[in-house]
Design a protein around this ligand. Sequence first.
Ligand code: DAH
Length: 346
Amino acid sequence: MDNFNDLENVKSYLLERLRGASSLDDISKIKIEFLGKKGFLGKLTSDIGKIPLEQRKNYGIRLNSLKEEIEAQIKVYEQNFKGDVDKSEYTDLYKSLPGRKPPVGHLNIITQAIEEIVEVFAPLGFNRVRYPEVDREYFVFDALNMPENHPARDEWETFFVDYPEDEKLGKLVITPHTSSGQVREMLKGNLPIRMLNISRCGRRQIDISHVPSFYQFEGLVVDENVSTANLIGVLDYFAKKFFGPDRKTRLRPYHFRFTEPSFEVDIDCGVCHGKGCKLCKEGWLELGGSGMVHPNVLRAGGIDPEKYTGFAFGWGVERAFMMKSGTKIDDIRYLFSNDLRFLEQF
Ligand code: DAH
């Protein structure tokens, strides 16, 4: 009895005793042992005089609630042995209740999309690489044929990083596109190149189809005799594998400083199938840019443009995922809201 300085111990000892009981008789004995005048509770009550005055009130309150708990537990076991079990009062372990399943998650849908893109390009020999997500202006613009003060830079809504400028390579920026990996890949000096650069990009933009932080995947092929026909072949292959054989793509002439000729690749909208909706407006969604690598870019990468040619393309991962058949996502921001009701659907 002297061991029971802590009232909590009385409770756990009670449960231990109750579990060991095998008849209504046992329960009666336990009841006397705990609640009888000379029982644990009686002893604890008479001990109240030894408790320092300032703690006495608190002790009394705890003692009362302990008494109520003991009575309730004993009652449950009594009823159990009598055969009239009221499960709502069954506070002890309920052995026949099935366990709770731990929630099982899955890879985020953007990660799933990245893995799928890698798998689609792998059979063509594309090798996944990653380059800095915060890089120097040189790789982001200059090396891509966009010299300082060129207006084409404006389009990229750049986030500049507050960090000392490098004399040769310029300011530090959050890469607004994965094209910044092109010249880095060329400078590795391994030809031919079949690069797939997938990484996070940042731009000052937000609406239902643009977010400030997003992913792009960039393809780059450099080899002898690479032509626009090869580019179209690869785009077509990707569109059919990733979006499904029934989806349509189109190329529109465009202007990028780092490709010549340049194209914008569109695919018919997966939400409305070309009819026009909130997301696409006119039935087509822009997947991203592409083109034949500009000779100046090859030169920046230390490659002889007389001997080698190449093509490149750079598209948004989230955008591509939203354009897949059967994916009824009409606002890119759902992908970043971390709402399980949304994520669990994929
Ligand atoms: N970097 C461009 C953008 O983010 C997309 C792009 C256009 C990538 C043409 C390319 C390319 O590789 O050849 O808007």
